[in-house]
Design a protein around this ligand. Sequence first.
Ligand SMILES: [Zn+2]
Length: 205
Amino acid sequence: MAGAPLARDIVTAGSVVLREPADEVPDSMLGTQELRDLVQSMIDTMRAAPGVGLAAPQIGVPLQIIVLEDKPEYLAAVAPELAEQQQRMPFEALVVINPRLRTLSDAGARFYEGCLSVPGYQALVERYISVEVEGLTVEGLPVRLQANGWQARILQHECDHLAGVLYVDRMLSRSFAARGAAGRLPQGVPAPGACRCCHPIDRAG
Ligand SMILES: [Zn+2]
């Protein structure tokens, strides 16, 4: 079925699967066609949305699997100075099974962030700018990834999903805005940019 679209419906906020910790992918599932098909359907769903990341609970599957990808054409829609501030660069599709995330420093950044499971909105969220993720490939081989900037933000957002956490739990709530409507920031909301980040990382599992 190469090339057949496998995109699935995205589960939205209010569904309990987005609020419960996801289970580890069992050893018996690693390297199976079932897991390959599941991961491919996650990638197809992410691309169809389109989005830069997806966690398995977002298609209703309570397993610790994340996919992420940032394409040059997505970046073309972002002002170059903002992309530079965000340390955002394109990268090819990545898959991590049973990811474990740790921060590499307490340096953070505050930027608008959205979620395919909370469609139509965005808010400022503080994230660590440098993280490391360890996990497994679809075939069960160890994988380790160090990430900075926007890629680090995506990894934190997707790993949060595996712990039942949504960005609205971390957002600066007074910055919450309909997508496209964010104009001048309300009083009391700090401007986007560098910050110190100190919220705990919710490790999956
Ligand atoms: Zn999300």
